[in-house]
Design a protein around this ligand. Structure first.
Ligand code: IPD
Ligand code: CA
Ligand code: CA
Length: 261
């Protein structure tokens, strides 16, 4: 097995094992605590799922580093796993069916594999250096080329974006709303990226994303032939579009992570 295929296999096992438990817990209205502020929920299931994932990785790849949303950790020089046990906890906790397990893998500072698992639909999005698939079928990130025909998935502006950008955030949001054929705010950065990789949506954008939110999705989009912009190893903005999308003429242009923060 090629090295990235072996790492992918471990990520698949870890995400499916955690995902099964999460599926059983979904729509039980678990108790919610908050972290940074009241917009940032966490449940006992976030913590348990990350422990499950860490245990699978520790067993099958004991010499690797793990950076997890709940357990922390630092990237290493060899293999590093970026783990979000539930991306979209607000959805998960309330009972909205748009959340996932996200695991990205880097070797020597380069992303080589990623899994985004949607336990509700049992959709497993996987990418390695050999390609990208959903439930074994190859992914092709293809769709609309211009805003007026395109579906944009974004949580922008979040409450934190409002604090930072004020009225400018509203103006930008208005431009996005009126330029795109449709704009949806489903939550879960990782699952949004998987949808763009699959060509089920045409673009997604967010700010303040952490490596565990976007590492897996970045590999999926790139391996499916789409365009991923942003640095997946740093907290910051990300933008992804399907292959051939005309970013230059898009209302997203002013939010391009290469020229804005
Ligand atoms: C959050 C979700 C949300 C995004 C936030 C993330 P969490 O992750 O992906 O859509 O806007 O930036 O922190 O807290 O549900 O894992
Ligand atoms: Ca997350
Ligand atoms: Ca999370």
């Amino acid at each position: 097995m090629a090295p990235s295929a072996e790492l992918l296999d471990i990520a698949v096992e870890a995400s499916r094992t955690a995902g099964e438990r999460l599926r059983a817990a979904f729509r039980t209205r678990p108790a919610v605590e908050t972290k940074r502020d009241f917009h940032d929920p966490v449940t006992e299931h976030d913590l348990a799922a990350e422990e499950t994932i860490r245990a699978v990785i520790a067993k099958r790849a004991p010499d690797s580093a793990i950076v997890g949303e709940e357990g922390g950790g630092a990237a290493g020089d060899g293999v590093t796993w970026f783990v979000d046990p539930i991306d979209g906890t607000a959805n998960f906790a309330a009972g909205v069916a748009f959340w996932c397990v996200s695991i990205g893998v880097a070797v020597g500072g380069e992303l080589v594999a990623g899994v985004v698992y949607d336990p509700v639909r049992d959709d497993l999005f996987a990418a390695s250096q050999e390609g990208a698939w959903c439930n074994g079928a190859p992914l092709r990130s293809r769709g609309a080329t211009r805003d007026r025909e395109a579906m944009l998935l974004t949580s922008y502006p979040t409450p934190r974006d409002f604090d930072e950008h004020g009225d400018e955030a509203l103006r930008r949001y208005g431009r996005l709303l009126t330029s795109f054929s449709a704009l949806r705010r489903p939550g879960s950065a990782a699952l949004k990226l998987a949808h763009v990789a699959a060509g089920w949506s045409d673009a997604c954008f967010g700010r303040g994303a952490s490596p565990w939110d976007v590492a897996a999705g970045a590999v999926l989009v790139r391996q499916a032939g789409g365009l991923y912009l942003g640095d997946p190893f740093r907290v910051g903005p990300y933008l992804a579009v399907v292959d051939g999308f005309d970013l230059g003429s898009s209302a997203l242009h002013e939010l391009d992570p290469r020229t804005s923060s």
